[in-house]
Design a protein around this ligand. Structure first.
Ligand code: ZN
Length: 281
């Protein structure tokens, strides 16, 4: 008898839960930032970044994947360099000069999330080390700039990636980002900001966290901290003048907002971050 009485109460609780819960995600009451370790890039020669070995502390790069869990849904920001489907059972996996020990999916699962329940997907830019698992998020709404979509599906797709890593996005629901800032959940807590130059539609991500404070995820606005201290630019920028302007804009924004810069490829800094299922809030 007790069990029969419980059923309508449970049903009512599920109906009253926020949308993110209905989509299969754990409900959250404040903004969380999860960090996933999506691998390493081996770098022997940093001259592509206009840097010399002796000027640098660390040559290898981290590959960070990030998820923001908001009461209104989730946003994946950058989705790795090696597709989960290419991992031999349990990993580790490698591709060219990239290697990784674990899948993005297994790290999300440890925190209670599944790629197919994601609300939004955004990639800082259309390069191989940021998009490998894009196809796993084809049920999400893809937040992208027209010019970056054009790179993925145009005549010169990104080097070192294959269309089967991202081609499902072609028919995914998507929102074409405007020229300026894009406020993902409408409350100013998660904002995609233009920072063009590395690629024509490159973006960075601002996240306001109640306890941690504001954070800015760099995309590839910088790869190494020495690009800031020594004022260096990679040799392969799409448009160096644009990157210069973007760096000035973002530095001014960080000063004004108090946001801390997280350079996604900065291995030494990345290793210090807590990883999922722990999170920043
Ligand atoms: Zn990169």
């Amino acid at each position: 008898m007790k069990n029969i009485l419980l059923t309508p109460i449970l049903a009512a609780a599920i109906l009253a839960a926020p949308a993110a819960f209905a989509a299969g995600n754990p409900p959250v009451s404040s903004v969380r930032l999860y960090v996933f370790d999506c691998g390493r890039l081996k770098v022997e020669d940093p001259s592509r970044f206009n840097l010399k070995k002796e000027e640098m502390k660390t040559l290898d790069m981290s590959v960070g994947c990030y998820m923001i869990a908001h009461p209104k849904g989730t946003l994946l920001w950058d989705v790795g360099v090696i597709p989960d489907k290419k991992f031999p059972a349990g990993g580790p996996a490698s591709k060219l000069y990239a290697s990784s020990n674990k899948t993005l999916k297994s790290q999300m699962a440890a925190a209670g999330y599944q790629p197919e329940n994601s609300t939004y997907l955004a990639m800082s830019h259309a390069h191989w080390d940021h998009l490998a698992n894009a196809n796993e998020f084809a049920k999400a709404t893809w937040l992208t700039r027209a010019v970056e979509r054009g790179i993925l599906f145009g005549p010169n797709p990104p080097e070192r990636s294959t269309p089967d890593e991202y081609d499902a996005l072609k028919s995914a629901k998507s929102i074409s980002l405007p020229e300026g800032d894009y406020d993902v959940f409408g409350d100013g807590s998660v904002v995609i900001k233009p920072a063009y130059g590395h690629t024509p539609g490159h973006s960075v991500l601002f996240v306001r966290l109640a306890k941690t404070g504001p954070v800015l995820l760099s995309g590839d606005l910088y790869h190494y901290p020495e690009e800031i201290t020594l004022d260096r630019y990679p040799t392969f920028e799409f448009n160096k003048q644009q990157t210069q302007q973007a760096r000035a804009n973002i530095q001014a924004f960080m000063k004004q907002s108090g946001a801390k810069l997280w350079i996604q490829h900065d291995l030494a800094a990345f290793e210090k971050l807590k990883k999922a299922p722990s999170y920043y809030e």
